[in-house]
Design a protein around this ligand. Structure first.
Ligand code: ADP
Ligand code: MG
Length: 612
């Protein structure tokens, strides 16, 4: 960057000197020198690309236009065009660099070191070298280097780099902490639960770095457009240079070659080529400021075309934190029932399991549990103290041929059996997230045609939640495979251009996340599999962020379209003017650089997500 700026400055000085000097041969020599300083690399790239088979690119256009200007004796124009072109390029690369940086304040979340506790000492270690189980200390003001669990101390944590949420979160012994957040006040000691490569911070950095490789349709359109456009422009320029002097009386070659060269300068498609991806880059960056990670421009674009939004229930629309409502033992005590249930569930990460373990509240002795088998959409089976214990829904009981309590119950019911003997059930209930109803309302306001909920939970809970939130449809008691089937059914209900989005937490719904046009995962609570399978990750776990993401998507598309229309429109006008000799080469270069700068500035608006 610095080298480029210096080249432009030195080139400009030599250029200015050349204009002032009055000795003819020296003047020309200095124009040539300044041209080489300013434009040498462009010509070099053009030649190199010709050998690579990419003949018609911007470097080529600029090189023939400026070298052509020298041949017809328009030295100042030749140098000036190259000079302005380089200024425009410099501006572009600065803009790209800046927007790259602002994405997730990328550089800001990467931790530099971890304080690893070795005996009584703290050793500054590269986060890459810290292992699972190591004890790290995070002092006030430091970044959390790896994901872990707090074992000592309490503090307030700033999660805004990951979630966009400005209210700090309180953590204490037992809380999970995510890398990339900043410890605000207290000193906390934590046990590392994930290696650096698997930690949140690395995942997010990877995700953001790869986001630009997935192209939106508008970007693909521009790439294709440039492929045909440039050769066509070059052919027209050749015609402009040759035909009029041959056919029109009094037309001179030097006049028309000049027009052809000006035509070539204007035709450079840089404004388009740069400003469209930059708009999407801005949109993705803006979204990440709100805690919404979009894995590619194509997904950001698709969001604006969403017609159907399908939700998972547990962990997505509801908190996934169940409270025990009733314990109904049969032939055992309440305590025994809860203990066995907590034990059989102990290896599962399902929200139900986590809640039951919390309700049990005591330490679990893993030595008492063997042969754990989790049957998704059903429940868990494991051997506890040598006895075969199973806990799950009525599907599991039916599958195992165990007679179970059949009365009407409101809530999610976990039935439990030991050695094929029914020992009772536990009724648990989940709460809807505070912003779920708002989320559905906003989606409807954004013209979403259908909001649907798919759940593996029972019908009574499913319809209660759907009614409370105002969802259009609900399908309950689904297995993961049934969810995919229902999704296929919903696909047939949208228009060909419309898109279907699925929002889930990844527990038992990774297949649907992957199958939907746009898979949206709740990132904070969700499983790693979900974050991998999803196209968009919502770090705050708030369903209302879906509507926010759609607004960002629409705004980004609008900006990209404005740039396409503006840049192509101005180009066509100046092209016509230059073909008729009305626009000089100076006007042409100003048009090109001017359009580029305006388009780039416009693209930057996509980064601003304050007032959507
Ligand atoms: P949802 O679609 O609401 O997210 P899931 O597909 O994760 O629900 O689970 C569906 C149902 O399967 C649950 O409501 C529960 O009855 C049963 N289930 C699944 N996993 C477990 C488990 N670990 N323990 C008990 N029940 C479970
Ligand atoms: Mg779920």
């Amino acid at each position: 960057m610095k080298k480029r700026i210096w080249r432009i400055i030195i080139g400009a000085v030599v250029f200015a000197a050349a204009i002032i000097i009055n000795i003819e041969w020296l003047k020309i020599a200095m124009f040539v020198i300044s041209y080489v300083i300013v434009g040498g690399d462009v010509v070099k790239r053009a030649v190199r690309n010709i050998f690579k088979g990419q003949v018609f690119d911007e470097n080529f256009l600029m090189s023939i236009a400026t070298i052509g200007a020298f041949f017809i004796g328009e030295y100042p124009e030749g140098v000036a065009v190259m000079l302005f072109y380089q200024v425009g390029e410099l501006f572009q690369s600065y803009a790209v660099g800046k927007s790259r940086k602002s994405i997730a304040s990328l550089m800001d979340i990467r931790p530099d070191y971890a304080n690893v506790k070795k005996g009584d000492e703290l050793v500054r270690t590269d986060p890459d070298e810290v292992q699972i189980g190591d004890i790290i200390v995070i002092k006030a003001g430091e970044k959390i280097p790896l994901d872990g669990k707090v074992i000592e101390g309490s503090s307030m944590i700033d999660t805004s780099a990951l979630t966009g949420e400005s209210v700090p979160r309180e953590v204490e012994v037992g809380s999970d902490i995510l890398s990339g957040c900043i410890n605000i006040n207290g000193v906390i000691t934590a046990e590392v639960t994930k290696e650096y490569g698997e930690s949140t911070v690395s995942k997010i950095l990877d995700l953001v770095e790869n986001a630009s490789s997935k192209k939106s349709n508008s970007e693909q359109f521009i790439t294709k457009f440039a492929r045909y456009y440039t050769p066509v422009v070059v052919i027209i320029a050749v015609f402009i240079a040759i035909i009029p002097p041959l056919v029109i009386d009094g037309a001179t070659f030097s006049d028309w070659i000049y027009r052809a060269l000006a035509f070539l300068v204007v035709s450079c498609p840089c404004a388009l080529v740069i400003s469209i991806p930059l708009s999407f880059f801005g949109g993705i960056g803006g979204a990440s400021k709100k805690g919404i990670l979009v894995k590619g421009s194509n997904y950001l674009e698709a969001l604006a075309q969403t017609e159907i939004v399908v939700f998972d229930k547990t962990g997505t629309l509801t908190k996934g934190v169940f409270n025990v409502q009733e314990i109904h033992p049969e032939g055992v005590s309440k305590e025994e029932l809860l203990e066995l249930t907590a034990y059989v569930e102990s290896y599962s990460n399902h929200p139900i399991s986590l809640s039951l373990k919390r309700a049990y509240g005591k330490e679990i002795d893993n030595g008492r549990i063997t042969d754990v088998e989790e049957i998704s959409g059903h429940g868990v089976i494991a051997t506890v103290d040598g006895k075969k214990v199973m806990a799950g829904n009525i599907k599991l009981m039916k599958m195992m041929d165990i007679p179970y309590f059949k009365g009407e119950l409101i809530g999610t019911v976990v039935h439990v059996a030991v050695n094929n003997q029914y020992i009772g059930y536990i009724v648990i209930a989940d709460e809807v997230k505070p912003d779920s109803a708002q989320a559905i309302k906003e989606l409807k306001a954004a013209n979403i045609k259908q909001t649907v909920m798919l759940t593996g939970d029972n019908k009574s809970v499913g319809s209660k939640v759907a009614k409370e939130l105002g969802l259009d449809k609900v399908y309950a008691e689904l297995l993961p495979a049934d969810k995919v089937e229902k999704l296929e059914e919903l696909f047939s209900q949208k228009s060909t251009k419309g898109k279907l989005a699925f929002v889930g937490d990844g527990i038992n719904d990774a297949p649907v996340l992957a199958r939907a046009d746009i898979g949206i995962a709740m990132g904070g609570l969700g499983s790693d599999a979900a974050i991998e399978a999803a196209d968009i990750v919502i770090m705050t776990d708030e369903p209302s962020k879906i509507a926010t993401a759609m607004k960002i998507s629409k705004k980004t598309l609008k900006i990209a379209n404005q740039n396409i229309v503006f840049a192509i429109g101005i180009k066509i006008i100046v092209l016509i003017l230059s073909a008729f000799g009305i626009a000089t080469m100076w006007a042409a270069i100003f048009a090109d650089v001017g359009v580029t700068i305006i388009a780039v500035l416009n693209a930057f608006r996509a980064l601003n997500v304050k007032n959507l």
